[in-house]
Design a protein around this ligand. Structure first.
Ligand SMILES: [Zn+2]
Length: 392
């Protein structure tokens, strides 16, 4: 077991049911907030927007609401949000929403105070890899979904539509949120289908960390705890969104994945899914990950790349007597069935069989770094082969 690790998350994390009620008594990192929400109804329907506004008033914080963040957020939306922030003299961001909102907040925080274009600062693809000149705006995160762990990360995934690049922007330590409030009560209104997609995203952050070449004693502790909680409670959260006990455990697994991912990188499965939704932007991230999951893990099982890690995960997922890597695949398929997501088809989102190599090359080109975290080598042909095997 690797005993070396570096850990740094400078975010005050407040976790638990009803904790949104404590926002107003926190030290805020500014006086006027850019209150960032999605272009959908979720923040209003769940009551989260109203409750957040109340708490900001209580804290004596002014705010301007920006409500145009969509799924798989684009560079344009980030640049608009940054301009909106400057026009309204906001000095920090309160990001209230799912992964798209939280991810956008990271990029908007940077672009509100820095010159030029977001892609000047992106590493990977056609990004120019420049360092940020000015300190970004401080960020407060309040997730309304359990999936991305963006609430405690300093990365945001943004899409450049014209070049089909979906890339994680960030990495500057000043982009970590200063405060995160994770309140499972705010997640009750997430529809069943999205609860499942997001829950599997959270699961895969942890399972990818587990097979990653960078696994260490601390990330394994975090990842196994998260996997156990997600596998046990996700079917309940999907079946009944008001099951707060289930929501609480899924939110825990999702946020803890943020800790695991800070310690150990995810693998090429995330590069591969980003390629999928860069070409098919209506594909939810979690759904794309589910579609390729079986073939992806089987690739490493066939190569005996990390047999022991698969057995540990199978046990954490409820197969107590697991003794072979394939037991993980059984647990995975069983969980997909229990959550009603075992029949997702790439063809339903417009994928064509001949796209596999395009996707494989895009995955390597835009997020090649994650391939280094794979437990054994994966060529472009191997990668295309996983897309082929997953195609339905
Ligand atoms: Zn993810």
């Amino acid at each position: 077991m690797n005993m070396n690790f570096n850990f740094f998350i400078p975010t005050k994390l407040i976790f638990g049911i009803g904790k949104i009620n404590e926002l107003g008594i926190q030290n805020m990192p500014g006086n006027k907030a850019l209150l960032l929400i999605s272009n959908g109804k979720s923040a209003k329907l769940s009551g989260a927007l109203e409750r957040t506004q109340e708490q900001l008033c209580k804290a004596g914080i002014e705010y301007a609401v920006c409500a145009n963040i969509h799924e798989n957020p684009s560079k344009e939306v980030v640049m608009e949000g940054a301009a909106f922030s400057r026009e309204n003299d906001c000095d920090f961001i309160v990001a209230l929403g799912g992964g798209a909102v939280l991810d956008s907040a990271i990029a908007i925080a940077a672009m509100a105070t820095n010159p030029g274009d977001l892609w000047d600062y992106v590493s990977g693809g056609s990004g120019k890899e420049q360092p940020l000149v000015n300190a970004p705006l401080p960020i407060v995160t309040i997730p309304l979904t359990a999936g991305t762990a963006s609430e405690i990360n300093h990365w945001g995934v943004i899409t450049k539509t014209d070049t089909h690049e979906k890339i994680g922007f960030g990495g500057d330590e000043r982009l970590y949120p200063t405060l995160a409030i994770v309140d499972p009560e705010l997640m009750k209104t997430v529809p069943a289908k999205y609860t499942a997609y997001q829950g599997f995203d959270a699961l895969f952050h942890n399972t990818e960390v587990m097979i990653s070449s960078g696994i260490n004693i601390m990330s394994e502790m975090a990842a196994l705890s998260a996997i156990e909680n997600i596998a046990k409670y996700l079917p309940r959260a999907v079946a009944n969104g008001n099951d707060l006990e289930a929501r609480e455990h899924i939110a825990y697994g999702s946020t803890i994945a943020g800790i695991a991912m800070q310690l150990t990188s995810t693998t090429a499965k995330h590069s591969m899914e980003h390629a999928m939704s860069a070409y098919h932007p209506n594909l939810p991230h979690g759904a794309g990950l589910i579609m390729i999951s079986k073939a992806f893990y089987e690739f490493f099982i066939e190569k005996h790349a990390c047999d022991g890690q698969f057995v540990k995960m199978a046990r954490a997922m409820g197969i107590e007597k697991a003794d072979k890597p394939g037991d993980f695949i059984s647990a995975l398929i069983q969980l997909q069935k229990a959550c009603g997501v075992d029949d997702l088809k790439m063809s339903q989102y417009g994928f064509k069989p001949h796209e596999s190599m395009t996707l494989a090359l895009n995955a390597r080109e835009t997020m090649g770094g994650l391939f280094l975290a794979n437990p054994c080598e994966m060529t472009d042909e191997d990668c295309a082969g996983i897309f082929d095997k997953s195609y339905r």
